[in-house]
Write a protein that binds this ligand. Sequence first.
Ligand code: DX5
Ligand code: ZN
Length: 221
Amino acid sequence: MQSTVIAPSILSADFARLGEEVTNVIQAGADWVHFDVMDNHYVPNLTIGPMVCQALRDYGITAPIDVHLMVKPVDRIIPDFAKAGASIITFHPEASEHVDRSLQLIKDSGCQAGLVLNPATSLHHLEHVMDKLDVILLMSVNPGFGGQSFIPHTLEKLRQVRALIDQSGFDIRLEVDGGVKTDNIGEISAAGADTFVAGSAIFNTEDYAATIQAMKANIVQ
Ligand code: DX5
Ligand code: ZN
């Protein structure tokens, strides 16, 4: 099991003050910045691209930036994000014609690579690419919006992926995204996740440090 990571999703941050918001959340104890990229095509919402990632780097953000691509196609945007300072790039297998090639493209760009599985996406997508994965991101909501409720059957899927990772012997992070809160992070971590994305649960609170501390305190490993 890898070390615990809290990755606030900036989808719920105040975009008018993004640099300040990200600085605050990192100072409050967050480990990564989760950067949700939506294209109004693969998902029904439109957010931010490589220019905003670059702007955060130019602002002085040095924390790992975890780029979650909810775009189709994926390949042509990968080099742009790598150049803009992305650290980790993940994408949905349904959005790529050639999953192995897209993973290799991310790694060749110097970033860590991962696949994202929606609540109803089969674990079979992992079967032939485990050796190329730095991260497996399990969605615990359907992608597109912050502030949705955690889908409970994801817990069983987390346990299955934890077992797959442990059997594989590869050093792969197990990340979970959607509806993660202070009061459910305990059972989510007990199911095997080590990396926790939380948007509304952090940015909709007054005291980011207190929320992140409470989350870390509830993690079971
Ligand atoms: C949903 C995004 C998530 C989202 C999480 O498509 O991938 O990262 O921002 O938000 P919360 O934590 O509010 O469910
Ligand atoms: Zn996300």
